[in-house]
Design a protein around this ligand. Structure first.
Ligand SMILES: Nc1nc2c(ncn2[C@@H]2O[C@H](COP(=O)(O)OP(=O)(O)OP(=O)(O)O)[C@@H](O)[C@H]2O)c(=O)[nH]1
Length: 367
């Protein structure tokens, strides 16, 4: 069933030299058994970034070559690369586009959202910020503020180059520049937990015999795990009772900025919407994907919430308060809030009530 799910495409943006390639290499080293497709969008004719990640991705590496993707007249070139990477033979789980430091992320997001390839879906935008160059970059490139405003997750990189007071000041400024609730994750040398962006599969799941190169990367990944996981808490929530879509969406709307990632399945049980809803939240980015239950599979909500400085018990209490004892009596319209975050062509809505398109903003709804 998973193989039929669209592959999320995450845009990794950030000004020149902020550390995008460093973050990407770190994600690749800590990817476990997850298969990552990479699109590197270098600006300039020498593909430096492509070379510096090439050793890690093998044949799933695609470079857009010289020039800037966001300047493409239409998304057809990008579409062709995504089609290549999403071919079932590659068994790719997630695609990361490292945008040129000069790219306009909003344009790239628009191209991804408009992409009609059902094998892929837009998966959110991560903006890498150089802590040491924060003021200088903003002064020289005011468009940086606009990019921050559309980011779903901000990586404040190079924290090793600023003292704690300076870091706190930048974090305060970032909170004002980003959309409300956008998480800001601090990092030195791009070391963020890959789980913030995608589900890491065990090595044994996707790989046969490990090569020497794999073993090296695996060792690095384990080393990273002990460091990265110490900085994040993970909270789990399971419920046999359905969740009220309205209360759950209210919970999501209010989620704290320190809650970087939510993944799992939700059981709403509302008439016409009895499927399980996969949820993927990366920072402020949110998507639901309805999927059929497996034969005899128990109707459950199972969530993993990853964050920093979050109150795990408080989150569980809030989720418990979302439970609904009689979902079969719920009005199907109560699902509209959820359906706004589902990527589905209009003709696929089936018997489900059509969302009120006059009120539904264009996908993605958070922009
Ligand atoms: N001190 C320090 N240096 C870093 C950190 N992250 C990256 N660097 C260095 O910063 C430089 C730029 O990093 P890259 O990862 O190439 O940055 P980029 O955003 O991909 O750069 P462009 O492709 O030019 O936009 C490199 O020399 C990195 O080694 C960090 O957290 N701390």
């Amino acid at each position: 069933m998973n193989s039929r799910q669209p592959i999320p495409v995450v845009v990794l943006a950030g000004f020149l030299g902020s550390g995008k390639t460093t973050v990407l290499n770190h994600l690749l080293a800590g990817r476990g058994g997850t298969r990552i497709g990479v699109v590197v969008n270098d600006f300039g004719s020498i593909e430096i970034d492509a070379m510096s990640v090439a050793g890690q991705v093998g044949d799933s590496m695609v470079s857009l070559g010289g020039g800037c993707l966001c300047c493409a007249v239409d998304g057809s070139e990008l579409d062709a690369y995504l089609e290549k990477l999403s071919a079932p033979v590659h068994r790719i789980d997630v695609i990361v586009i490292e945008a040129s430091g000069l790219a306009e992320p909003e344009e790239m997001i628009r191209m991804l959202v408009a992409n009609e390839n059902p094998a892929v879906r837009y998966g959110g935008m991560v903006e890498v910020v150089d802590a040491a160059e924060f003021d200088a970059t903003r002064a020289r490139h005011p468009e940086t503020d606009r990019h921050l405003a559309v980011a779903d997750l901000v990586v404040l990189n190079k924290t090793d180059r600023v003292d704690p007071v300076e870091r706190a000041r930048i974090e305060t400024e970032l909170a004002a520049l980003c959309a409300p609730g956008t998480p800001v994750v601090g990092a030195a040398h791009g070391r963020i937990d890959p789980e913030l962006l995608f589900d890491r599969r065990p090595w044994t799941e996707t790989r046969g015999q490990l090569s020497f190169e794999d073993l090296l990367a695996q060792a690095e990944g384990h080393d990273h795990c002990t460091h990265a996981h110490a900085a994040y808490e993970s909270t789990e929530f399971t419920s046999e009772q359905a969740l009220s879509p309205r209360r759950f969406m209210d919970f999501l709307d209010r989620r704290p900025a320190g809650l970087y990632r939510i993944k799992g399945y939700v059981w709403f049980g509302v008439p016409g919407h009895e499927e399980r809803y996969e949820i993927q939240a990366v920072g402020r980015f949110l998507r639901f994907a309805p999927q059929p239950w497996g034969r005899g599979e128990p109707r459950l909500t199972q969530l993993v919430l990853i964050g920093s400085g979050t109150d795990g018990e408080g989150l569980v209490r809030e989720l418990e308060a979302c439970r609904d004892e009689a979902p079969q009596d719920a009005n199907p319209e109560s699902m509209w809030g959820v359906l706004r975050y589902v990527d589905r062509p209009a003709e696929d809505w089936g018997d489900a009530p059509e969302p009120d398109t006059s009120e539904t903003p264009p996908v993605p709804p958070t922009y």
